[in-house]
Write a protein of this length. Structure first.
Length: 229
C-alpha cells in the first residue's frame, strides 16, 4: 500500500481492506506520474469515462496542446452509455464545457487502444499537423497501457500521459462499484504484462509487490475484465 493512502470506510464494502491495499498498489503503478508539458497535439482515448473529455478541456485551457483528437467508436461496455460513439460524446461534453470546436478532431471508428493511436495519427497527418510530442489523455488506470501501446506504434513521438488527478477511493466513488473498478485495474495490468508478447505494446517492468498484489486479487476472483491468453 502507498504510504498515507487512507482505507475507505464505506458502510457496505464489496472488497476487504487488504484487497483495497492491493488495488492501490496497482492503481499507483498504472499512473505514469509524467510532468505535464506543452505538446504538439493530444489524443483523448475513448472509454466509458467522460472524465477523459473533462481533463482534455482543463489541459487545453492550461495551454498544453492546440488540438485534441477524441478517438473511439462503440464497444460492448460503452454502447449503452455512449450510443453515438465514445468520441462523439466526448466532443459534445467538451463543447458543453466551453472548448472551441476548432480545437477538436473526431475519430469515430477505433475499437481498441491500438486503433485509437493508429487512426488518430492518420487523422492528424491528414489535417497537416506535425506531431513531435503527444499528450495521451486516458482513464487514470489506463495511463501505462496507453503509453506502452503508443511507444510500440508511434515510437518516434515523445509521449506524455495525463488523466484526472484522482486517488483510487475517489475513482471508486465516481464509478459506484468497488469490485468492478478492481476488476478493471487487474484487467489492465494483465494487458500490460501480456500485450508485449503479442506485439501490441512495449514491455513495462512490473515491480514484485505489484505483481504479488495482482496475483492475490486474481486468486480472490477479480477477473471479469481479463483477456484470453
Amino acid at each position: 500500500m502507498s504510504q498515507g493512502v487512507p482505507v475507505p470506510q464505506h458502510e457496505q464494502r464489496q472488497i476487504t481492506d487488504e484487497q483495497f491495499h492491493d488495488a492501490v498498489l496497482i492503481w499507483d503503478y498504472h499512473r505514469m506520474g509524467h510532468e505535464r508539458r506543452p505538446c504538439s497535439a493530444a489524443i483523448g482515448l475513448g472509454s466509458h469515462d467522460l472524465g477523459v473529455a473533462t481533463s482534455a478541456v482543463v489541459l487545453y485551457r492550461a495551454g498544453f496542446f492546440p488540438v485534441v483528437v477524441f478517438s473511439g467508436g462503440n464497444s460492448p461496455t460503452t454502447r449503452a452509455r455512449f450510443p453515438r460513439g465514445e468520441a462523439v460524446h466526448y466532443r459534445e461534453h467538451a463543447l458543453s464545457l466551453g472548448m472551441p470546436d476548432e480545437a477538436i478532431l473526431v475519430e469515430p471508428k477505433a475499437a481498441n487502444t491500438g486503433q485509437n493511436i493508429t487512426f488518430s495519427r492518420e487523422l492528424l497527418t491528414e489535417a497537416g499537423i506535425v506531431v513531435e510530442s503527444l499528450l495521451l489523455i486516458s482513464k487514470p488506470y489506463a495511463e501505462r497501457r496507453s503509453y506502452a501501446t503508443c511507444r510500440q506504434l508511434w515510437p518516434e513521438v515523445e509521449v506524455v500521459c495525463a488523466s484526472e488527478p484522482l486517488e483510487l477511493d475517489d475513482y471508486i466513488r465516481s464509478i459506484g462499484d468497488e469490485k468492478l473498478v478492481v476488476d478493471m485495474l487487474v484487467g489492465d495490468l494483465q494487458r500490460v504484462i501480456e500485450y508485449p508478447k503479442l506485439g501490441f505494446a512495449v514491455e513495462q517492468a512490473v515491480p514484485g509487490d505489484v505483481y504479488d498484489a495482482y496475483e492475490r486479487l486474481l486468486g480472490a476472483g477479480f477477473d471479469s475484465r481479463l483477456i484470453s491468453t
